[in-house]
Design a protein around this ligand. Structure first.
Ligand code: GAP
Length: 498
């Protein structure tokens, strides 16, 4: 059970500074001044990112019967990108403000109307460019083949569709998921991990036979989300909180699949502690859709810089499989009716696509509190996301206590990343762990030797319970999985050091 949290507003640059100070994220190659749009994850960042991706995979792949996963190469045959339309149509327009010099990109259709985000000045068009990074395959330049670093993970799902469909014995409706690096030579990388040149995507392509309806709508009957349709945007109205099932029934969201996947994506964030009111779904206007999209809804989040795209959910129709079929001359059709021998080229009715870096920022913002009583930051990360699940401190000096603490750490490390910390005052050790989101601190004292018990302190409330050492692993597992309320997991004792 996640405790109710109180959060503090934090600007994106302050969050970046905090992440650097604590060992989550650093500008890449910082000793040489860094490189815009590239980031390195430090000891805590790498753990948080791994936990975040594991939670996404568990929810989108392991917990479902209809989804299989892959891990495609970053560089593939360049014909993939010709067929997908990325070589010809994946273009940004670079602009610079004539007044303040601010550089950014705009959609083609906005070129005439767009005004500078910073000073409302007019933009000068610097020209179109394709944000795909190119490289050469083969060491001898004159024989080398030009290739691309993938700008989205989706295409290796489409190119491998037939193999995965058959080998994972999938049946429509079904999905193929992938987590992996993507690269875009962004004109103006900015706002910490929000817009980078190297980033990771967690994507799910969900395939159906044409007109197949969503059999899972019953699961989302009670899910509410603020919706911001094309029409509301044109009329400059505000987004409206609607039940997603009703929104689909009333035609506000055209496809049941879109309503279903918007709910799933929202619920994933909420299951890991995010507040529902910080999310909304915004429909793309007809002139901003990607070259492959029939209808797109972005799941947006209210970042410190304003409402921004967190995940994109595009209806890509049969665009990608049809284009690969044409270019490769191989069939992408699958049998949907054995007896009648009916085959179809599946449609991607919805593609939930989420950037790992943007999800990282959201979970940080959804956790960050500067606690005035404790006078330190408390990072209320969901225990499943926290870099360390627990920290173990011997608080009485002596070989006996340290060796018992190390035995406990060794046992817990069979399952989790656990910190052993024996230096500094107990208060200092608690605050160090609060700041990096460790949900449980376990102290070893005289009772641990005499009565075989330890004290566990809860990060969010500072409450403490005593549990038997033999029960510790099970108690911790139940707490991390949200199956036990902290106060009921052991004998509640008075808190001396908060
Ligand atoms: N396959 C569909 C696709 O790539 P997209 O809207 O271009 O669609 C999907 O990207 C998601 O990837 C975005 O919602 C965002 O979370 C993430 N993303 C895209 N470009 C990014 C960038 N330059 N830096 C960080 N994340 C990015």
């Amino acid at each position: 059970m996640v405790q109710k949290k109180v959060l503090s507003e934090v600007a994106i640059d302050d969050l970046a500074a905090f992440c650097k100070r604590k060992g989550f994220v650093y500008p890449s190659g910082e000793i040489y001044g860094g490189l815009a749009g590239f980031w390195d994850f430090g000891p805590l960042g790498v753990e948080l990112i791994a936990n975040l991706k594991r939670a996404w995979w568990q929810y989108h792949v392991h917990a479902r019967n209809d989804v299989a996963g892959i891990d495609g190469a970053i560089i593939t045959n360049p014909r993939v990108w010709e067929a997908s339309g990325h070589v010809a149509n994946f273009v940004d327009v670079a602009v610079v403000c004539k007044k303040c010099g601010y550089k950014t990109k705009v959609d083609k259709h906005e070129l005439k109307s767009a005004k500078c985000d910073k000073c409302a000045g007019a933009y000068e068009n610097l020209g179109e460019f394709n944000p795909m990074f190119t490289t050469q395959v083969g060491p001898v330049k004159k024989d080398a083949q030009v290739a691309y670093l993938r700008p989205e993970t989706a295409q290796s799902i489409f190119a491998n569709f037939k193999l995965v469909y058959e080998q994972a014995r999938l049946k429509l409706p079904c999905g193929i998921a992938q987590i992996g690096k993507a690269f875009r030579n962004e004109i103006a990388p900015r706002e910490f991990l929000f817009r980078s040149r190297e980033f990771e995507q967690m994507e799910l392509e969900y395939f159906i036979a044409p007109h197949m309806s969503c059999p899972f709508m019953g699961e989302v009957k009670d899910v509410e989300l603020a919706l911001y349709t094309q029409e509301m945007q044109a009329k400059e109205q505000k987004a409206k909180v609607l039940n997603l099932f009703d929104a689909w029934k009333k035609g506000v969201i055209k496809s049941d699949w879109h309503a279903y996947w918007l709910a799933q994506e929202l619920l994933w964030f909420v299951s890991l502690g995010a507040r529902v009111e910080k999310f909304r779904a915004r429909q793309h206007t007809s002139d901003e859709k990607s070259h492959y999209a029939l209808d797109t809804w972005d799941l947006e989040y209210e970042f410190p810089m304003g409402w921004r795209e967190l995940a994109g959910l595009a209806n890509r129709g049969s665009y990608d499989l049809t284009e690969h079929q044409k270019a490769s001359k191989g069939s992408m059709a699958v049998i949907v009716d054995e007896t009648k021998g009916i085959k179809v080229v599946p449609e991607v009715v919805c593609e939930p696509s989420l950037g790992v870096g943007r999800a990282f920022i959201v979970f940080m913002l959804e956790s960050y509190e500067h606690n005035p009583q404790r006078d330190n930051v408390v990072l209320h990360l969901h225990p499943r996301l926290a870099p360390y699940k627990a920290a173990v401190f011997p608080i009485v000096k002596g070989e006996e206590y340290e060796s018992l603490a190390q035995d406990i750490v060794r046992e817990l490390r069979m399952e989790w990343n656990v910190l052993y910390d024996k230096s500094g005052s107990i208060g200092r050790r608690y605050s160090r762990n609060d700041e990096v989101g460790t949900p449980y601190c376990i102290t070893i004292d005289e009772s641990s030797v005499k009565k075989k018990t330890v004290t566990i302190r809860d990060r969010d409330t500072t409450k403490q319970i005593v549990v038997k050492i033999d029960a510790l692993k099970n108690v911790l597992r139940s707490l991390i999985n949200g199956e036990l309320v902290f106060e009921k997991a052991g004998k509640l004792v008075e808190t001396r050091v908060k």
